[in-house]
Design a protein. Structure first.
Length: 73
């Protein structure tokens, strides 16, 4: 599990990122700051290709997203 905490003086006051590996091909992640929370699950489909499901809650709105990441060549 990995934790990152950074403090800034302008814009975002603080943010915290965590990542927990379930197996070599899947992991959960969270990103929190003073105005939002993002929960995600990412799985590698094949080398260089992964899919992700993310839930985002902000002080202004809530959203659910599904993404597919492909390698850039």
């Amino acid at each position: 599990m990995e934790y990152v905490l950074a403090l800034q003086r302008c814009g975002t006051q603080w943010h915290l990122n965590t990542e927990m590996t379930v197996d070599p091909e899947a992991w959960f992640s969270t990103k929190m700051n003073n105005s939002s929370l993002i929960l995600g699950y990412t799985r590698t489909l094949k080398p260089g290709t992964s899919d992700a499901v993310k839930f985002r809650w902000t002080t202004a709105s809530t959203g659910l997203g599904l993404g597919l990441e492909l390698p850039a060549k």
